[in-house]
Design a protein around this ligand. Sequence first.
Ligand code: PLP
Length: 370
Amino acid sequence: MPSFSELADPAIAQLAVYEPGKPIGEVAREIGLASADAIIKLASNENALGPSPLALEAMRAAAAQMHVYPDGGAFYLRQALAEQLGVEPGQLLMTNGSNEGIELMAHVFLGPGTNIVMSERAFVVYRLIAAGARAETIAVPMQGFTHDLKRMLRAITPETKIVFVANPNNPTGTLVDEKAIARFMKDVPEHVVVAFDEAYVELLPPDQQPDTLQYVREGRNVVLLRTFSKTYGLAGLRIGYAVAPEACVNLLHRVRQPFNVNAMALAAAQAALRDEAHVEQTRKLVRDELAFYADSLAQARIAYVPSVANFLLAKVGDGRKVFEAMQREGVIVRPMDGYGLPEYVRITLGTRPQNEKCMAALVKVLREAG
Ligand SMILES: Cc1ncc(COP(=O)(O)O)c(C=O)c1O
C-alpha cells in the first residue's frame, strides 16, 4: 500500500513544517518545574501588555452570542477601519490573522510556473505558502539586515507574481523608509503585485510609519497585510486584514471561507481599534524596552541588530544551544537557524521584569558556555 507521502503531491510532501514553539506548560514539565508560572515566553512577538481592556470587555459581552455565525462581511469593523485609515470599506478584507492574507494572495496569484520574490531573511511563511501553491521562491540577499530593494527589483522575472516586503521585517526588526519605498514603487514592473507585510507597523510612532496607503488609493498593484496580533495584543484570536484596490479585494474574497473571521475576534478588534491609550502604552513599552536591551546587551558585550519592532536579534554564538540553555533557565526565546542565522536568537520584548530575567539568563548561559 502506498504511504500517504507517496499519495500526496510531491511538492507538498517535501515541504518543511512551520515550527511553532512548545506550550509553556510542556517546557515546565521538561525542566522539572511544578508550575509554568516561573517560565517566560519571549518567542512569538506577542504584546507583553496583553489585550486592550476594552477588547476584553467586548469579548465578554460577545460570548453569549457565540451560537450565531459571525458577520461574514465584517461590516462594522471594516467601516471603522476604513474611517481610521482613510480608505473605502471595499478596499478592506478581514482575514484569519494576516497569515491568511498571505495564503489568499497565493490562491489568487500563484501557481506552477510562477514565482515570488522576497528577502533571504524575511518571514518564512511566504516561501512555505508559495511552495504550497507550486510556485518558486526567489530569495534575495539582504544589505546587512535590511531589505535590498534594488536587488529585489533586479530579481523580478516575467514569471514573478508577488514581491513580499515585510516592513518592519521579521526576524531582523529593520525598516525600509518611505523614500526607499517610493523609489522601489517607481521602478517596480506593472506585472507584479507588491505585498507590504506590515504586521508590526503600528508599533512605530505614526510619523515614522511609511505611507503605503497612498499606493492603494492610487490604485497601484499593492496589497498591505496588517494584523491585530501584535500592537493590538489579539494574536490568540487570529484576526488581520488586507488593504488593496477594490478589484484586488474582490478577487481575494473569491478564495476565502465565508466565515473566515470569528465573531469574538470581530468584536474584540473593533473595541481594540478604539483603545488609543492601549496602543500608546504598547508603543511606549517597545521604545523603553528596546532601549533597555540596547544598554544591557552593549554592557554585556553582546552584539545585536538594532530594531524598530517588538523583538530583536542577539548574536550569541551557537543560537540553538543558547536557546536550549535559556529554556532550562525558564526563558524561551527563538533560535534562528531556520532563518539561516544560526548564531542568533530572536528575543521578543517582554515587560521590564521579564526582560531583566531574560538578560540575566542570557548572560549566565553565555558565561557558562565560556
Ligand atoms: C512579518 C509577519 N507577518 C505576518 C505575521 C502573521 O501574523 P498573524 O497571522 O498573527 O497576523 C507575522 C507573525 O509573526 C509576522 O512576523
